[in-house]
Design a binder for this molecule. Structure first.
Ligand SMILES: *[C@@H]1O[C@H](CO)[C@@H](O)[C@H](O)[C@H]1NC(C)=O
Ligand SMILES: *[C@@H]1O[C@H](CO)[C@@H](O)[C@H](O)[C@H]1NC(C)=O
Ligand SMILES: *[C@@H]1O[C@H](CO)[C@@H](O)[C@H](O)[C@H]1NC(C)=O
Ligand SMILES: *[C@@H]1O[C@H](CO)[C@@H](O)[C@H](O)[C@H]1NC(C)=O
Ligand SMILES: *[C@@H]1O[C@H](CO)[C@@H](O)[C@H](O)[C@H]1NC(C)=O
Ligand SMILES: *[C@@H]1O[C@H](CO)[C@@H](O)[C@H](O)[C@H]1NC(C)=O
Ligand SMILES: *[C@@H]1O[C@H](CO)[C@@H](O)[C@H](O)[C@H]1NC(C)=O
Ligand SMILES: *[C@@H]1O[C@H](CO)[C@@H](O)[C@H](O)[C@H]1NC(C)=O
Ligand SMILES: *[C@@H]1O[C@H](CO)[C@@H](O)[C@H](O)[C@H]1NC(C)=O
Length: 501
């Protein structure tokens, strides 16, 4: 009698165990919100209070999250594929730099996160918003081109815009007027989630609003928000120390004392992000209504950071400093501890392998990034020992150098305008690689420029988080050799070699 009872219990236990094991294998959903040019260092997240509550408070905030290239197209290409720009051949925002080029479409698009999730695990996939700067160009198939792997494709033609723009709706060209893009993307997101039987398959949604990229146009409902809020005048604001590479020191060395135009840029950026915050809330509420929020990884991230006045540079990205390279990264979802400031360092190249890993798919060997699933699901991590690699190819374009600026048309400068006091934002020799060295308490950064001076900047970030003191002149030759050697390896690495550096 007793024995039968025990067997009964045993069978029941086995049943429960099997069910649990199977339950674990139900693939999670993903919602990936990718903002444009949203910084971390200039408090870009203060405009996203609801996101901080809904995602940050029930997930992790990665405080050491970086991009590998502080420029839209290469960074987005990296996020989508888990590969460094040097292995994608994507160097800048032009077709000639492989931004959304035929080469990209043929060789890399079929291996995006969405395409792999679809092929390997039958995910239903959705993309809405800015994709790559050259998307929709007539030279590469126009808006009829729909990247492989997406069931729903709402692709913005070209670069970020807020009101009047053209979308590709599943390959159909659709010019749109007077609808605020972020709000429209929220509507498409809800339409996707409202489909019948959407719960039958796991889904992957990537939503990429234009905020907070130029031209910084907020929705009408928010144009009065953040009155009196001005730029972040941190220690690097309008500070141009001697030991920085040449473009930082280019005239005018300091920005004018009347910074009202910088304040305006900052405020407008924050106002555009308020619409993203609304979008996040609407998507979260919908997921909750569908009772799938608990099995959805929700990611908020940006393609690169931004500076406004740091080191006397007007407003842009493209520089190797923290304002430009450090980005928000919030992740909530099954197994992720609540309200945790996560110190483990991660970068854009790690996003694709991590998402695949969370979906139970082994990341392909060719990916350069490394899954941080383990660290995401651990309650407590330390900084550990890790390198983060960055690479940037300086751009130049005569057409963006205004005639009334004192510079000659020497084919080497970019974006020099009177409204920015003729201080150029980029130059061909603003080409560099950096490695960040994280080990427990140490945070060190070493950057080498490919210019006439082979200029090097190095910062002991644990002591000098604002990168005010270049310590390169004080480094011994052994340490210099050590970092030069690591940079050399990273510049050429691919796949496993990158992952083991
Ligand atoms: C794109 O990248 C590939 C591979 O690195 C390269 O061969 C090609 O010349 C690049 N440019 C264009 C426009 O495709
Ligand atoms: C894959 O998903 C589609 C719906 O998108 C569904 O019709 C089909 O049955 C699924 N296939 C498998 C093998 O689950
Ligand atoms: C896009 O295509 C998908 C799949 O074919 C379809 O279900 C969806 O309704 C389309 N979306 C729009 C906005 O037309
Ligand atoms: C969008 O186009 C409409 C109609 O042509 C125009 O009135 C409006 O000013 C434009 N908006 C922006 C932000 O350019
Ligand atoms: C979004 O949908 C709502 C509700 O259907 C509608 O009132 C609003 O005008 C839409 N917004 C845009 C930008 O399309
Ligand atoms: C500062 O510049 C703005 C225009 O950029 C101007 O409207 C304002 O009057 C100036 N303020 C002072 C104090 O000069
Ligand atoms: C982008 O990169 C390509 C390839 O290196 C180069 O030919 C082109 O001049 C670059 N574009 C700009 C604007 O610098
Ligand atoms: C970088 O390029 C600019 C523009 O051609 C030139 O004036 C400058 O001397 C160069 N600087 C270095 C360090 O290579
Ligand atoms: C950086 O600063 C820390 C803390 O003072 C110090 O221990 C370390 O030796 C410094 N590292 C370098 C490479 O200068």
């Amino acid at each position: 009698m007793q024995c039968v009872f025990l067997i009964h219990k045993f069978v029941f236990l086995l049943f429960v165990l099997l069910k649990c094991a199977r339950g674990d294998r139900v693939p999670p959903n993903f919602v990936y919100i990718l903002t444009d040019d949203q910084d971390l260092m200039l408090n870009g997240l203060i405009a996203m209070k609801k996101s901080l509550n809904l995602i940050g408070d029930r997930g992790k905030f990665f405080v050491h999250s970086f991009v590998n290239t502080p420029l839209c197209c290469p960074s987005r290409s990296t996020i989508l594929t888990g590969k460094f720009p040097h292995n994608l051949g994507v160097f800048n925002n032009s077709l000639a730099g492989n931004c959304s080029s035929e080469y990209w479409q043929k060789h890399h698009e079929p291996h995006s996160i969405a395409a792999i999730l679809k092929n390997r695990a039958n995910y239903t996939t959705f993309y809405a918003g800015k994709y790559l700067n050259q998307y929709g160009s007539k030279y590469v198939g126009g808006t009829a081109h729909v990247p492989k792997g997406y069931d729903w494709w709402i692709g913005l033609k070209g670069n970020s815009k807020y009101y009047n723009y053209t979308l590709s709706i599943n390959g159909t060209n659709m010019p749109i007027k007077n609808l605020y893009l972020t709000d429209l993307l929220a509507n498409y997101s809800l339409a996707f989630l409202n489909q019948k039987n959407i719960e039958n398959n796991p889904f992957f949604m990537m939503v990429a609003p234009p905020a907070s990229h130029s031209p910084f146009i907020p929705p009408k409902r928010y144009i009065h928000r953040f009155p009196g809020v001005g730029v972040v005048t941190n220690p690097s604001f309008n500070y141009t120390p001697a030991h920085k590479h040449w473009i930082v020191k280019m005239a005018p060395k300091r920005l004018p004392t009347n910074i009202s135009v910088l304040n305006q840029v900052h405020r407008r950026r924050l106002q555009t992000l308020l619409a993203v915050d609304d979008m996040v809330e609407r998507i979260v509420l919908q997921l909750k209504k569908m009772k799938v929020f608990h099995k959805t990884y929700f990611i908020i991230n940006s393609d690169n950071g931004f500076h406004i006045g740091q080191f006397g540079q007007p407003w842009d990205k493209r520089q190797p400093y923290e304002a430009d390279t450090r980005v928000p990264l919030l992740i909530s979802g099954p197994g992720v501890g609540k309200k945790i400031l996560e110190p483990y360092p991660v970068s854009a190249v790690d996003m694709a392998p991590t998402i695949l890993d969370l979906a139970g798919i082994r990341p392909p060997h060719h990916m350069d990034g490394k899954s941080f699933k383990k660290q995401l699901l651990n309650k407590r991590n330390r900084i550990g020992f890790r390198f983060v690699f960055m690479e940037y190819w300086g751009e130049s374009n005569d057409k963006t150098v205004e005639k009334s600026c004192p510079w000659t048309y020497d084919d080497n400068l970019m974006e020099c305008s009177v409204s920015q006091w003729c201080k150029c934002q980029d130059s061909r020799n603003n080409t560099y690689t950096c490695v960040m060295d994280f080990r427990e308490e140490l945070r060190f950064k070493y950057c080498k420029f490919d210019d006439n001076e082979r200029f090097v900047e190095a910062y002991n970030l644990s002591l000098d988080p604002y990168e005010l003191r270049n310590v390169f002149p004080k480094m011994n030759s052994k340490l210099i050799r050590y970092y030069n050697n690591i940079l050399k390896k990273f510049k050429k690495c691919s796949g496993k070699m990158c992952r083991t550096l």
